[in-house]
Design a protein. Structure first.
Length: 199
């Protein structure tokens, strides 16, 4: 072992990142209470003293994972706002792309997603924050002329988060559909509706 319990060749940043990755997997698979620091360090092939170099306790590493999920989600929802003066032919394509990017993140980080959407005691708070951000985006987009003036943006934001959360667990993380397919399905439903074109 190298200095202060680190494996030779592994930087502090690498060890810390590995502990976060293994902890996310352990929490997602076993739940918060069943996860032990000993199982995290064993999975990371590191020592308990190394764990305590970076994290005060199990709660601290779990809180960091919650924070990571929240920050990434905020980033994606901020980036999803449609810019003014977008050509009407590009609106649907842009919305689909933004949603696909979020779903790709959730798909590539299934353990973090399970923590952020379900295991975290702050899961409801995280989803409520997403709703507020999306509502703000929608209010901006209604004013920019992309959507009807009478749209209830809060209801649409709540529906969208509900759809994303549900389909993430029933279709995305189960690999039934790819992120792009799910994004297309959601956007088609919300923008085109369910009525037959012949109706």
């Amino acid at each position: 072992m190298g200095e202060r319990g680190r494996p030779k060749g592994a930087s502090g940043e690498e060890s810390r990142a590995l502990l976060l990755e293994i902890a996310a997997r352990e929490f997602a698979q076993n739940g918060y209470h069943e996860t032990k620091i000993s199982s995290i360090v064993k999975g990371a092939s590191l020592s308990q003293p190394t764990f305590y170099l970076y994290f005060k306790n199990k709660e601290a590493i779990f809180e960091e994972l919650e924070h990571l999920f929240r920050m990434r989600i905020i980033e994606y929802t901020k980036q999803s706002r449609l810019q003014p003066m977008l050509e009407s032919t590009k609106v649907k394509t842009r919305i689909t792309y933004n949603l696909k990017e979020l779903l790709v993140f959730l798909d590539k980080n299934p353990d973090l997603t399970r923590i952020g959407f379900y295991l975290s005691t702050k899961a409801d708070e995280i989803k409520a924050h997403m709703v507020e951000q999306i509502r703000g985006n929608l209010d901006f987009e209604v004013n920019a002329g992309y959507f009807r003036k009478d749209v209830d943006t809060l209801m649409v934001a709540e529906c969208l988060i509900g759809i994303i959360e549900r389909l993430t667990f029933t279709q995305l993380l189960t690999k039934l559909k790819e992120p792009e397919e799910i994004a297309n399905d959601i956007v088609d439903l919300l923008l085109e509706g369910m009525l037959s074109k012949e109706s």
